[in-house]
Design a protein around this ligand. Structure first.
Ligand SMILES: *Cc1c(COP(=O)(O)O)cnc(C)c1O
Length: 471
């Protein structure tokens, strides 16, 4: 990924090395579209049995469209894969990471399908409980929890609170005493492994805000402090090593460190911890440049690491939780946009790039601007016989970095009024959306078996003005 052949770079007109010129610019690449997405003979994209032109007419654009059956199938596939792979060990549970995408309607799906959920704010807790998730199936995370959030979590009766810092131990103990609670806790450990995409870095220092450092003794100190406070019941240790992880080996290194820390607690306190949190971060294919493991494969490899590393420490395997967010929500979502201004810009050397402006942008998908994320797009409202042109899909906001899709081949005749669809936008798009330039945020629409179900309506200017006390 870091190198390219100069020849192919130039032949493709300044496209990145992974981006191939499509044989058929109308075709969908199955790996990056929801399970129930296909193009009809007239080129119109169908999702969940609905044509996107009908959907756009009904709810407008931009719109987040979620393939409900695909979302739910991914969630239950994760639960089954980890349940099966760890059945001979201490068992495993899957907690959906609500921060990726959560609405009350989605919480209902998760409740119906028996998933547990992770939240990290009082707002997320309120949404999931309104959706009918039993508090006993909720874990509360967060790197800077307020008193009000911890009180709300304990009052609701959440199953577990994941403590993120040494001061939080005293904070939680004080609040537990005041409310007469005895919360079960895990300690989030920062173990010097940072995994991202195809690489992971193992270091002895942890230069980031999350968790208690294993290297500087904070984990040891945290365990001792929790055990000295009888109201707090320590169930285990937790770590979350990153996002967009494709390599089970990164989890293998994390599991080895966590087994060592668990053994240290056993040695120093004679306490057998029964729970191990391994976080989320399972990678998804945003483009053809990514090739994730399926959950069965990932779960099997992780179970093998848990078995080996805990045996090496002379411990029985603990019960494991994993917390996928992106891998469940991401691939199930598509964003629809309407094209506005289109212009061609010369890149020199006889190459040019089509700038295709859409009616949304960094307010509904910040990931491209924030992380340099790659996406793809397709012309979704008609067939085109025009040749592919290297294009950049840009938004309507007042930033030159307001890019939705950096590089994609779109038909050369893409024009105002066309609908574009961007896949793999189910995770961290709606949940990170903003009102930049005072735009209203798009609706979240679930589609299934030819029916559309608006989970969250479009935000209006009146919604924005409702908070402005001088309006
Ligand atoms: C963000 C986060 C997750 C989910 O990460 P994904 O990349 O969406 O799978 C899980 N656990 C914790 C503690 C997190 O912070």
């Amino acid at each position: 990924m870091s190198s390219h052949e100069a020849g192919s770079l130039h032949a493709q007109g300044r496209a990145p090395a992974w981006l191939e010129v499509p044989q058929d610019v109308n075709a969908l690449l199955a790996a990056i579209w929801p399970a129930h997405a296909a193009k009809a003979a007239d080129g119109v994209l169908q999702v969940g049995g609905l044509s996107v032109t009908d959907l756009a007419a009904q709810v407008g654009t931009p719109a987040y469209v979620i393939d409900e059956a695909d979302f739910r199938a991914r969630a239950t596939a994760f639960a089954a894969a980890f349940g099966d792979a760890f059945a001979g060990l201490g068992g495993a549970h899957v907690h959906y990471a609500a921060k990726a995408l959560i609405t009350v309607g989605i919480a209902r799906w998760l409740a119906e399908d028996g998933l547990a959920v992770d939240v990290c704010t009082g707002g997320e807790l309120e949404i999931v409980t309104r959706g009918g998730i039993a508090p006993g199936r909720v874990t509360f995370h967060g790197s800077n929890k307020s008193d009000a959030e911890l009180v709300a979590a304990m009052a609701a009766g959440v199953d577990l609170i994941v403590i993120d810092s040494l001061p939080e131990i005293d904070q939680l103990d004080r609040l537990a005493a005041a409310g007469g609670h005895q919360p079960q806790v895990m300690l989030r450990c920062s173990i010097g492994i940072e995994a991202h995409t195809h690489e992971f870095i193992a270091t002895s220092h942890e230069d980031q805000k999350f968790g208690l450092s294993a290297a500087d003794g904070s984990v040891r100190e945290g365990v001792a402090r929790v055990l000295a406070r009888p109201r707090l019941r320590l169930r285990g240790l937790h770590t979350h090593i990153g996002s967009q992880i494709f390599d089970a080996q990164a989890f293998g290194h994390a599991i080895q460190r966590m087994a060592q820390l668990t053994a240290q607690v056993d040695r120093e306190h004679g306490l057998r911890l029964t729970e191990l949190g391994l976080g989320g971060g399972f990678g998804v294919a945003y483009t053809t440049g990514h090739d994730p493991l399926d959950p069965v494969d990932m779960a099997g490899r992780m179970a093998a690491h848990v078995e080996r590393e805990f045996r090496a420490e002379g411990l029985t395997a603990p019960h494991v939780t994993v917390e996928p967010g992106r891998a469940i929500a991401g691939p199930a979502g598509v964003t629809l946009y309407t094209v506005g201004a289109v212009k061609s810009v010369s890149l020199g050397g006889g190459f040019d790039r089509l700038y295709v402006s859409v009616d949304g942008g960094m307010s509904d998908n910040i990931r491209t601007a924030l992380y340099g994320a790659d996406y793809s797009a397709t012309l979704a409202s008609r067939r085109s016989e025009a040749p592919p042109r290297l294009s950049r899909v840009v938004g309507k906001h007042c930033e030159s970095g307001d890019i939705v899709v950096k590089d994609e081949y779109l038909p050369a005749d893409v024009t105002a009024g066309d609908i574009l669809a961007v896949p793999v936008t189910g995770a961290y798009c709606h949940s990170m959306s903003s009102n930049y330039n005072s735009v209203g945020r798009p609706p979240v629409v679930a589609v299934r078996d030819g029916l559309a179900n608006v989970l969250v309506r479009r935000e209006t200017v009146s919604d924005l003005l409702a908070r402005d006390l001088y309006a």
